[in-house]
Write a protein that binds this ligand. Structure first.
Ligand SMILES: [Zn+2]
Length: 316
């Protein structure tokens, strides 16, 4: 297999996985500083998993001694599936936020609690070999990090920022010297469509909005997402702005559709959105739009804009 990696700034490498449906390429990152290294978002066990060890060797490092940390932005299978295997080969510590740590300890929770897939959905996911397939063994995290904690890789310092939009435990990592933000799935979930996103059932659309607002005020030259290509310099603020517009547009669309019908349930909203093509829809898995809708409706309810009775939603 031809390996594909690029050095974004000295000591920060992107490892590109294969292209998977509308999710685009999976991206993992290796940070090397003063002879130690860490992997950010190891990807699935197979891809780019295997390539990561090869790259570490190519960089002149010894996988057994020189890799200290496996740092996870969040607990979704397409980004942590390879964490356990990578730890076995390196002895590095797996680090994640408390609220997503349970997905590492019990991978089946992703389909049972975060997507609430029924049996048909679970079978479809197993068969399609998609990136969200839960096919890895449970792993106990070694370190639970918190908002504002600093993680050191040699002299390279990553500041943890808990965002909690895409999933309850989602964090992004900021490195201030080079102005790098490792953004996981909080900004770009899909290639070329910054407005397209999904939330698992533990996520929070208002928190995603707040996190994106915070990012617009940060000094970022390199935006490094867990899918899709890195975004550099002037393009960074555009990506964040578009992602923020996507959140507003999704909320506005849901409100508009409920108002137009008088009342609606989630299945009706899925249908209306699919027919009207009013928001960009994730196509890789049917469960992603209903979960995003449920999280959004709960947020609109909290804001006093809709109410719910027996699964039927009404505009206020
Ligand atoms: Zn994710």
């Amino acid at each position: 297999m031809i390996m594909s990696s690029s050095e974004i700034v000295p000591g920060v490498f992107r490892i590109r996985g294969k292209y998977v449906d509308d999710f685009g390429y999976l991206s993992s990152y290796i940070v090397v500083n003063n002879g130690v290294s860490a992997v950010i978002d190891p990807g699935t066990a197979g891809d780019p998993g295997e390539d990561i060890i090869k790259h570490i060797k190519q960089l002149g490092l010894n996988p057994k001694n020189d890799v200290t940390a496996i740092i996870c932005t969040h607990g979704h299978p397409d980004h942590v599936g390879g964490a356990g295997l990578l730890r076995k080969k390196t002895g590095a510590s797996i680090m994640i936020h408390e609220s997503d740590a349970k997905l590492l300890k019990d991978p089946s929770l992703f389909i049972k609690e975060r997507l609430r897939l029924d049996l048909a959905g679970r079978l479809a996911m197993k068969l399609e070999k998609g990136p969200l397939r839960v096919n890895y063994r449970a792993a106990e995290p070694d370190h639970i990090f918190h908002d504002k904690e600093t993680i050191k890789i040699g002299d390279f310092e990553l500041k943890v920022i808990h965002t909690g939009g895409h999933s309850a435990g989602h964090c992004v990592f900021y490195e201030s010297k080079n102005k790098i933000l490792f953004s996981g799935d909080e900004v770009n979930n899909f290639p070329n469509e910054p407005q397209k996103f999904y939330l698992d059932l533990s996520g929070d659309i208002a928190d995603r909005g707040t996190a994106l607002d915070k990012m617009t005020r940060m000094d970022i030259d390199y935006l490094l997402p867990a899918h899709d290509i890195p975004h550099l310099f002037g393009e960074v603020s555009l990506q964040i702005k578009e992602a923020r517009n996507g959140v507003n547009h999704f909320q506005d669309t849901v409100l508009r559709l409920i108002k137009a019908r008088g009342d609606s349930d989630i299945e009706q909203l899925v249908y209306d959105i699919e027919v009207s093509r009013s928001v960009p829809i994730p196509e890789a898995l049917d469960a992603l739009l209903p979960t995003t809708l449920e999280v959004t409706l709960n947020s609109l309810k909290k804001a006093g804009l809709v109410k719910e009775k027996d699964g039927i939603w009404y505009a206020v």
